[in-house]
Design a protein around this ligand. Structure first.
Ligand SMILES: CC(C)(COP(=O)(O)OP(=O)(O)OC[C@H]1O[C@@H](n2cnc3c(N)ncnc32)[C@H](O)[C@@H]1OP(=O)(O)O)[C@@H](O)C(=O)NCCC(=O)NCCS
Length: 199
């Protein structure tokens, strides 16, 4: 295996969708959970790469993408851009499902229709990120390297702080963020927000 970290390139977009799905069930493969295999990527991966490719990085194994770190420098601006340039066409394509539809597709479609909102406790942590590595890439220090590269990029842009949200059903990722020095900002019913100052 030969891993390399490099900047995101537009030809990586389909790989981002795949990796997002293959790690989308609290870090495990979510393929069987979805009828529409693009839904997770529409919400959690693609808009970052499309709107802020300059801070997105992929890790490749023998030149094939096998992980990424993606995010935004400014969550408020990013969410506003999603409202105008990302969600409208998806809301038309994926109409709201019946409230009794408890499928995973319906859950993400609901999120697409609700849109994003910056939570008050996260206002002072303007950047946020998503990091996902395929199994063969995990546990070898690559997550830490990707995070270093991403954080350096944010520091170069004078971003004061960043946050992320992780599901409570993903204890490995929680340990990873704690190891890297993130501090808990708030615990929600199913997830935890972690933050880091970059000053
Ligand atoms: C979570 C993830 C990004 C971590 O990346 P990684 O490359 O596996 O982690 P690293 O090897 O860089 O580990 C960095 C540190 O975190 C610790 N760590 C990483 N994963 C851990 C786990 N599952 N349990 C306990 N500690 C863990 C390591 O021990 C290491 O500590 P050390 O440097 O003191 O030895 C990666 O495993 C992953 O993508 N998982 C699947 C998708 C996912 O869950 N994404 C997060 C969604 S919020």
């Amino acid at each position: 295996m030969q891993f390399e970290i490099r900047k995101y390139h537009p030809t990586d977009l389909t790989a981002l969708y795949k990796i997002c799905l293959l790690t989308g069930n609290s870090g495990k493969d979510a393929t069987e959970l979805f009828s529409d295999s693009d839904l997770l990527g529409h919400f959690y991966a693609a808009p970052y790469a499309v709107f802020e490719p300059e801070i997105c990085f992929v890790v490749t194994n023998n030149n094939k993408p096998c992980g990424y770190i993606i995010g935004t420098k400014d969550s408020q601006k990013f969410f506003e851009k999603c409202e105008v340039e990302w969600f409208p066409i998806l809301r038309t394509r994926y109409p709201v499902r019946d409230v009794n539809d408890k499928s995973w597709d319906a859950r993400i479609i609901k999120r697409i229709h609700e849109g994003h909102k910056v939570k008050p406790e996260l206002v002072n942590f303007p950047a946020h990120l998503h990091i996902d590595l395929l199994p063969e890439t995990q546990g070898q220090g690559i997550g830490r390297q990707l995070m270093d590269v991403f954080i350096n990029e944010l520091k170069n842009e004078n971003v004061p702080a960043l946050h992320l949200e992780v599901g409570k059903a993903n204890p490995g990722a929680i340990k990873f963020y704690e190891k890297l020095g993130f501090e808990m900002i708030k615990e929600y019913e199913f997830s935890i927000a972690f933050g880091m100052s970059l000053k």
